[in-house]
Design a protein around this ligand. Structure first.
Ligand code: ADP
Ligand code: MG
Ligand code: ZN
Length: 489
């Protein structure tokens, strides 16, 4: 009998705390993709001898907010430590991090997948500082590595999960939920292309149903949800094959090759770093008074998960629809703005228009959810509300509404103007519809006879012919009623 394997996955997520200044000095935190290299560097973050770090209170405040959002227990005393290693992007020769006593521990994050809701335990959340960035180039056939220290010393929060996930879908949902929390709290832009959030995936496999933790690999520096998912899937397959062929998984650190879609070994356990951690002598223990934590707790905004629950109870949405809407705050805000402008429409209908037609148009044109809040977005909430109002008031039918939305999205015109200019108003005049029904039935004597002889599907075909005669504008309920009545005569 062959053994089925299941994956065991734990994630480490690094998120920059987007404070004005760095973690231990007053250098500005700049957009790494735009700023002049090395334009925000001082003796502290450049690792000059004799300088003293000073803790950025705002960074701790941000980290505490994340810890509270993740239901962690906050440690009153936490310790900064030196993690020693040499690399050209680390001018001090060590990174200040938290090791034995982190800022917060033992929390959880609720995720939603196709299998339903799950709670993923958080092991710890601790503060550290980011490194600089290296760029490798070649000029006149000579290779250079350029060092940019703008990022060196930027506050980083590392959130470590328990190995509670078992598929790439869960890992992605966890990463997306965590990102939504960070964005909601305003501590991180979530802009993964700029590297402000980075993932590391720990992956092992075990026989299905067992609870052992086997040897794992760690995939470093994953910068997108896609890379996260694909690298995990690749590893699960690779490890399963190794084990099925009688081999052994070796503990190692892997990289992900985006172009070839494979993981590759960076270093094995024998070459693992010994970081020689010791308490940072230049910083006192960090004491977080309970009163501060309680003040922050009281100031917390409505978090994505709470908002999803409210969308379910207040608007009658399914857990799935609620989750689709809250994953991006811009979408959730947009949704509630449409509801406010279309109080008579059903919130479920509004959700369908956004996640169906509007998302399809946005996908096709490569429009980002964040752009929904911009004045350049052609379908502001009031405009979508206007369209849905025309629909609920029977001024236009469902298919016409889709056509109108496409034109709104492209031109920015109001739905009212489009309906008037293109003569799209729904025909609800029952005399007119009755005469169209009669005309089409007269012209299609054979199909009508076939229908009456029992070929039921022809009724829908006839319905379509009449709708076509009405140029798609007939009120479908009236049309249906007229058709039923006339064909049975
Ligand atoms: P380290 O500190 O060496 O990185 P940890 O034990 O703290 O190791 O774990 C780091 C991450 O690896 C955590 O997210 C944890 O959930 C995950 N992890 C630990 N054991 C396993 C395992 N057997 N399979 C998959 N992930 C694991
Ligand atoms: Mg690790
Ligand atoms: Zn500095």
């Amino acid at each position: 009998m062959s053994v089925e394997y299941e994956a065991v996955i734990g994630l480490e997520v690094h998120a920059e705390m987007q404070t004005d200044s760095k973690m231990f000095c007053s250098c500005r935190v700049l957009d790494n993709t735009e700023a002049q290299p090395n334009s925000a560097v001082c003796p502290v973050c450049a690792g000059m001898p004799g300088v003293l770090p000073v803790i950025n209170q705002k960074a701790i405040e941000y980290a505490l907010k994340v810890a509270l959002a993740l239901h962690c227990q906050v440690n009153r005393t936490s310790i900064f430590a030196r993690k020693n290693y040499f690399y050209p992007d680390l001018p001090k020769g060590y990174q200040i991090s938290q090791y034995e006593e982190p800022l917060a521990e033992n929390g959880h994050l609720v995720i939603h997948t196709s299998l339903g809701e799950r709670r993923i335990r958080i092991r710890r959340a601790h503060m550290e500082e980011d490194t600089g960035k290296l760029t490798h180039t070649t000029r006149d056939e000579v290779s250079y590595s350029l060092v940019n220290l703008n990022r060196a010393g930027v506050a980083l929060l590392e959130v470590v999960s328990e190995p509670d996930m078992s598929s790439s879908e869960e890992a992605r949902a966890y990463a997306a939920s965590l990102r939504a929390v960070l964005r909601c709290l305003g501590v991180n832009s979530g802009d993964m292309e700029k590297g402000v959030i980075r993932f590391e995936a720990n992956v092992s496999i075990r026989p299905q149903g067992s609870d052992e933790l086997n040897t794992r690999v760690e995939i470093k520096n994953l910068n997108s949800f896609r890379a996260l998912e694909r690298s995990i899937d690749y590893e699960i397959k690779r490890q399963t094959q190794v084990v099925e062929n009688g081999g052994k998984i070796i503990q190692e650190t892997l990289g992900w090759d985006e172009n070839r879609n494979v993981t590759y070994s960076q270093r094995s356990k024998e070459h693992a770093h010994d970081y020689r951690y010791f308490p940072e002598p230049d910083l006192p223990p960090l004491i977080v008074e309970n009163e501060w934590v309680e003040r922050l707790r009281a100031s917390m905004p409505e978090l994505p998960d709470a908002r999803a629950r409210r969308f379910q109870s207040q608007y009658g949405l399914s857990p799935y629809d609620a989750d689709v809407l809250i994953t991006e705050q811009a979408v959730a805000d947009y949704y509630e703005a449409v509801i406010a402008s279309a109080p008579k429409a059903s919130p479920k209908t509004i959700a369908n228009w956004i996640t169906g037609e509007l998302f399809a148009l946005m996908n096709r044109s490569g429009t980002n959810p964040d752009e929904m809040q911009s004045s350049a977005f052609n379908v502001p909430p009031q405009a979508l509300a206007g369209l849905i109002n025309l629909l609920t008031e029977n001024e236009i039918n469902q298919n016409t509404a889709k056509t109108v939305l496409t034109e709104m999205f492209e031109s920015g015109k109001t739905p009212g103007d489009i309906v008037i200019q293109r003569g799209l108003r729904q025909i609800s005049d029952s005399d007119l519809i009755a005469s169209l029904v009669k005309q089409v039935l007269d012209e299609n004597a054979v199909p009508v006879q076939d229908y009456l002889n029992g070929k039921d599907t022809l009724l829908n075909w006839l319905f379509g012919q009449i709708m076509r005669a009405a140029k798609g504008k007939a009120n479908p309920q009236i049309l249906r009623a007229e058709l039923d009545q006339q064909i049975d005569l």
